[in-house]
Design a binder for this molecule. Sequence first.
Ligand SMILES: *Cc1c(COP(=O)(O)O)cnc(C)c1O
Length: 340
Amino acid sequence: MAYIKLNSKNYFYNLDLISDKAGGKEKVFVVLKDNAYGHGLKEMASLASAYGIKRAVVKNLKEATQIKNLFEEILILSEILREKPDENISVTANSIDSLFLLPKKINVHLKIDTGMHRNGIDRKDIKNAFKIIKKRELFLKGVMTHFRSADELSSELFWQRENWREVKNEVKKICKEFSIPVPAFHSCNSAALFRLKEHEDDFVRCGIATYGYLETDPIFDPPKLKPVLSLWANKISSRVLKKGERVGYGGVFTAQKDMIISTYDIGYGDGFFRNDGKKELKTAEGKRILGRVSMDNISCEGESEEILVFEDAKRLAKHFNTISYEILTKLSSDIKRVVI
Ligand SMILES: *Cc1c(COP(=O)(O)O)cnc(C)c1O
């Protein structure tokens, strides 16, 4: 059966670099949304907790519930809860409307739109938000924003950070006015953390870097992180493909000589991208994937019982003109995870 190996040593290595840069592991929210970027939520949450991480970010309550015993705080990014969750679960308020919909007496992190224009309230609505938060007896634990271009070769990060600095000052002023404690601030994702000389917040929210990747432009000299995940597949069957015979759907690959080929149990149904066979794609060990990727199979030359399909998502991302995030998050949660 195909399986995913999770390299705990590499994960801890990445967390070391991230904690150092963030100013301590207590400053790090590990982002475990979308099944921990396809790695496996429970497995990665257990490892993060064992390492000493106290905070995690997830997509919804379903994910939060699965790991609720492992962290002091779990922040839900994009579900508007209708019922009060456990005490260590917080929700992101992405709009003024959501502040009216959330149940009373729950922990919220208020997101401010400082330029991405995806989620978060407008800067001019901050005071109004504070009034609603007070009236609805919500507990304001954090104020946050998200940078839209931290990994790109432009100065956008810096004007957005300027906006964020202004927002923080404004929030501090309003807190004084309302006689409430200043909430925790957080803004940096992986790219911003490593791009900026120093982050200036209470927490950072790191996803992709914990898994060993950064999509940052090489000019920023990003740190050498180590991929945590590798995808392995096992042999289903072998056969001889005679010179001139073709393999798989459409018969896209033609044997130039007699060759022994084998089929392995991974395919696009498992979330491995469907190569159409027109452009050559190789496994991590340099075996060419012959012809089209099927729903549950790929074919390669040779007879080995097991193959390493990939261990560097960035190489595949380049092939498919996408980003490492997508290659990883697509991997089916049904694939067995093995922590080493
Ligand atoms: C996904 C996400 C992150 C993590 O981003 P990475 O680039 O993976 O570090 C941080 N904050 C928010 C709001 C996110 O949606």
